[in-house]
Design a protein around this ligand. Sequence first.
Ligand SMILES: Cc1ncc(COP(=O)(O)O)c(C=O)c1O
Length: 357
Amino acid sequence: MRKWNFSAGPAAIPEVVLKEAQAEMLEWKGSGMSVMEMSHRSSDYIDIANRARQDLIDLLNIPSDYQVLFLQGGATLQFSMLPMNFGFKGIADYVLSGSWSKKAINEASKITNINIVASSESSNFDHVPNEETWKCSENSAYLHYVANETIQGNALHAPPSTKAPLIADMSSVILSEPIDVSRFSMIYAGAQKNIGPAGLTICIIKNDFLKDASTDLPGMLQYAKHADAESMFNTPPTFAWYLSGKVFAWLKGQGGLESIGEINNLKAQRLYDFIDESDLYSNPVFEENRSIMNIPFLLADPELDAEFLHDAENAGLLNLKGHRSVGGMRASIYNAVPIEAVDALINFMGDFQSKHG
Ligand SMILES: Cc1ncc(COP(=O)(O)O)c(C=O)c1O
């Protein structure tokens, strides 16, 4: 029996998508084979891939002067590919607002010089430093930030105004609500949260920015090579691409990002309101930086953590354990986690509180 899955990633996928994929598993639309068994150069597969790309462009309203790439290596490879392709100016600006920013900075610092424009590390990343305090360099190749820190549950809800080309890791927030893509030179995201199965990474890059990328790299590491080959420089993760296409079609059917954004904000607000009103639970993140996708919370008595997780699992609420680096709990409430799941979690948390109040 399927249960409510609050995993941070790989995360819940809409059940209708899984059912459709199940129905097509052995044979895709009279083709005589599964999508997994198709050549990525076949006309059937090219149609599947193009449809998925176009649906993503429609959903995010991506302007025509951007490349939309379907790559591999996770968001983690982007931490290196990005400075390799664009760090040649000798310095790149980074905001340090959580564990993923830190990893991005560590990788980039092996390749180019890094200027950390602002950091909230000394307060355990309980906020994103205010844009007005950022100390940007004069001639930065780009400014990188993590739009939603999956582990700490903080977010910058609007793109900052910067002189340098703006780049965002949107792994845990892409497709959760509308964004203005035209503000960015590049957006990247690992798939395994709001997009589809792990194994696929989406990169959206402005042509004007891409034209300056380094050509002095192995082909597999050059964005331009992937763009020229329409993401088929080598064999792409065909099944993940196909399944993500189904998720995009599902999202369009839900009314697109305006509609899902309203639902996501409502889900998050409900959970934050409950946490804020309770004596047992707390969330440390500054209100203006609270993530609508990943909601960490602590129990007043950490001795109760194991019992909470045990009882939650028995109640059909899975994967609520916080990241090992921060402890406590975390509810990830991506697009495929419906409001019923959030209500079930709140009910459970209320009962648990009454038992221990
Ligand atoms: C914000 C963010 N960036 C990067 C990553 C790393 O992604 P991957 O494991 O796909 O490399 C994650 C994974 O959870 C993430 O949440």
